[in-house]
Write a protein that binds this ligand. Sequence first.
Ligand code: GGG
Length: 336
Amino acid sequence: MPEAIRILDSLGQQHNLAFDWTIYPWGTEYFLKHGEMMPDNGLDLLQDSDAVFLGAVGDPKVPDYVTLWGLLIPIRRALQQCINLRPIRSFLGVQSPLRSELAFDIDMVIVRENNEGEYSQMGGRLYANTPDELAVQTAVFTRRGVSRIVKVAFDLASQRRGILTSATKSNGIIHTMPFWDEIVEETSRSYPDIAVRSMHIDALCARIVLRPQEFDVIVASNLFGDVLSDLAAGVVGGIGIAPSANIDPSRTHPSMFEPVHGSAPDIVGKGVANPIGQIWSGAMMLRHLREEAAADELERAIFAVLDDGSTLTPDLGGASETCSVTNEILDELRVT
Ligand code: GGG
């Protein structure tokens, strides 16, 4: 996060753009001190901002569901950030685990439903610690929520290569997924120029590994979108570079920008965390704030560093430190 702020502040100077940062120390350290991930009025405090820039959250000392349900998920819901955009691209300087003839020209966006679906509080547990113990979790799919995300995906595909893939599992999940498929089919009638196909999530995972260039926009439920974006990020070489935007399309509330990855407790304090997921999320934030020129410039600089491949952190097979990657991006920004 400090490296991304360093970049944005520097870019801002070139674009006559001043960031007025309010830093909230909410996270697992805060939880260990205060017993909560953020204060009671945390969501109200965020409402006053134009955007929220979130880092990586998590610590082995705190269960992951506490971390997530105490901070990230309440923010996404209260601020009605129902759309999660996750772009994935391959770069010349980043080695993919795929054979090189399979791993070129990958450029897709995963459009993840962000407020409902499988991530639901509905359910519970009964008969704890007995042989009859059970857990029930109810997935929630609304016509409003599904239509909204599907329409966003069709619109995005119209601005890109015109290919939309819908992630489904309607052969096994008998209520929600046929409902999802019907809404995709209904919506497609308004987009005759988009090539749309539904793929079962299992086959889709295999296809992303075998033919990643085929994909342009993928629309998916909350859980499927989360899983697919890690898979696709792995296919292009690593999750450390993957950015995301949690968008409130009505712009009533601030949208939130965060790397796809969580924290990496194994490398804390070593100065080798990959800053690019966070910095690229900053570029997405600039675009959302309608600072197109600055966003273009920052993306160009990030992509140049990744295409060059000589300054990469260890997660991507390099030996550079976090701040060297940032410096390289700053150098690129100076020459553009
Ligand atoms: N960048 C915030 C973070 O730590 N994310 C990790 C994570 O587990 N995210 C779950 C999700 O996106 O639903």
